[in-house]
Write a protein that binds this ligand. Structure first.
Ligand SMILES: Nc1ncnc2c1ncn2[C@@H]1O[C@H](COP(=O)(O)OP(=O)(O)O)[C@@H](O)[C@H]1O
Ligand SMILES: [Mg+2]
Length: 286
């Protein structure tokens, strides 16, 4: 079933079909979004005229040089930063409303687990705050189900200091999924992990995506990760932060780690690397 859904998701519609369904099927949409900070001489355009559409159930990556505004864009989508101009909608709501309705899950580079709580209690921590009426048993059950989903079912009683970096990050993903958000916004979630753990985590994330059907927006600085995982990659340029190119990744799912050897993967990887070189050149604010 999950496989069939994944195959269906991977259908590459004609351009015309994309144009006609885009508005209806977009879970996230940003139009003309700019963010400026400071004033006078210190006024800085951080994001300039961003248009972004993320179809429901899609997996997209944002990649670009450090300081180009990737985290700021994610915060705009999460309702944590108010854009200076433009409109953003998440599942038909303003981002802050969508966040209040628990439609948005956030995952950061640092897992930020509570050191005095075990894995299963950390996994249900946000849910316990969101719904204080839930019993301890119900929270444990949900926490355990989420740990099972992220491949940590056997580590429920481990404390954070007994877990590896990759395992802690799995708990942090479980903690977000426990709220059953429609959207998962991930800011360099694997940035602090070693290369092998990173590959495994990416593969796990794909499996979680296929099983849950969440819409995922991933910020990454890894070209391999962007091409391996996503259906679409948005390349951001710097000064001001803007989308300079959007690259479709028409490789079929499920994608294994060995996909990096596929000629199409290598072609896309090289294309993305060339775009990233361009992304370091400052542009002109519109
Ligand atoms: N709260 C803030 N106040 C002022 N400048 C900020 C703030 N947050 C981010 N910036 C600036 O915005 C730019 C983009 O930052 P960020 O979104 O963190 O980039 P990235 O995640 O791509 O590295 C940087 O120049 C950063 O210094
Ligand atoms: Mg960042």
């Amino acid at each position: 079933m999950a496989l069939a859904a994944a195959r269906a998701r991977n259908d590459v519609p004609t351009l015309q079909a994309v144009a006609s369904v885009a508005a209806a099927s977009d879970l996230i949409s940003a139009r003309g979004v700019s963010v400026t900070m400071g004033s006078g001489r210190h006024r800085q355009v951080i994001l300039d005229n961003i248009d972004l559409s993320v179809p429901e159930g899609s997996f997209v990556s944002l990649i670009g040089p450090s300081g180009c505004g990737k985290s700021t864009l994610l915060k705009v989508l999460a309702g944590l930063v108010e854009p200076s101009t433009g409109r953003v909608s998440v599942a038909g709501h303003a981002p802050a409303d969508a966040a209040r309705r628990r439609m948005i899950g956030l995952v950061f580079q640092d897992a930020n687990l509570l050191p005095w709580k075990n894995a299963v209690d950390n996994a249900s921590m946000l849910l316990s705050i969101a719904d204080p009426t839930l019993s301890k048993a119900a929270l444990r059950e949900r926490g355990q189900a989420m740990l099972d989903l992220v491949g940590l079912g056997d580590a429920a009683h481990k404390m954070p200091n007994e877990l590896s970096g990759g395992m802690r990050q799995r708990v942090s993903i479980a903690r977000s999924l426990a709220l059953d958000p429609a959207v998962l916004l991930m800011d360099e979630p694997f940035g602090a992990l070693d290369a092998i753990t990173r590959d495994t985590m990416g593969q796990s994330l794909l499996e979680i995506w296929e099983r849950t059907g969440k819409t995922i927006v991933l910020v990454t600085h890894s070209i391999d990760e962007a091409v391996h995982l996503s259906k679409q990659v948005h390349v951001l340029g710097i000064k001001p932060g803007r989308i300079i190119e959007t690259l479709d990744v028409p490789l079929p799912y499920p994608r294994e780690v060995s996909i990096v050897e596929h000629p199409d993967f290598i072609r896309l990887h090289n294309g993305l690397r060339a775009l990233l070189r361009d992304s370091h050149r400052p542009g002109q604010p519109s």
